[in-house]
Design a protein around this ligand. Sequence first.
Ligand code: SAM
Length: 277
Amino acid sequence: MLLKDKATLFIVATPIGNLNEISSRALEVLKSVDVIACEDTRNTIKLLSHFDIHTKLITYHNFNEKESSKGIIKLLKEGKSIALVSDAGYPLISDPGYELVNDVIDEGFNITTISGANAALNALVASGLKTNHYLFYGFLNSKSSQAKKELESLKDFPYTIIFYEAPHRIEKTIKLMYEVFGDRKAVIARELTKLHEQYYRDTLDKLTNLKDLKGEIVILVQGYEKKDIQIDESELFNKIDILINKGYKTKEAVNQISEEYNISKNTLYNSYLKRNK
Ligand code: SAM
């Protein structure tokens, strides 16, 4: 018997496409728990039928997380074991479950996770973008004006950023990213683990030309990188001279201009000194 401890919430990751990506541990848990709490019974039934699993299902929705959570806590109090799944990938990752996990923690029941697929991580490791640090942002706001504000707040973030997006918004979102981030490297990872899996690795500018992308999509954008001076140096030097004439010390003037142009203070300082030699 797998479940020695009763009254446990198992957070079970399920496939994001290819059903064979479910682990034997996940199948064992889904078979042996008393109840599976899922987002949409129609989707979870497909998964369970494929593996001949007949565990009782209850729904756990985003729009009534508090209420659904109460029902699950009641079952845990009765000593039942519960598996939480979402339609795909990890529950809680742009999917419901946050309220429930917190309620279960507050009530002192066990929680454990059963590993599996996650679209963001699949996309990241094959993207070719930096993986040492990254930010999973998930979905932007569906209103363009709000999404733009969110992107602006991420403009200077120096590490790879991962976004989820609905297919019907992809073109709009890539345009908005180009408008806010400028021409950075980006990757669109499409239909991961499925038959038509595809990666588009290019710059945001070029990616704006993609049309009619269908299926599920992750967008990854390179983090902000400070550029060495490519701007007209003489223009910067003039600005530094003006500040020095106003009474600024050289270092202060250089600092102010490098901040204004978002460029390295040391590089600007060294080139400025070189010019004055
Ligand atoms: N919980 C899931 C996870 O762990 O990845 C994410 C669920 S979220 C509601 C759905 C979004 O995830 C999609 O809009 C898409 O951005 C991304 N996604 C899910 N499956 C995908 C796949 N097979 N290929 C590419 N993106 C996928």
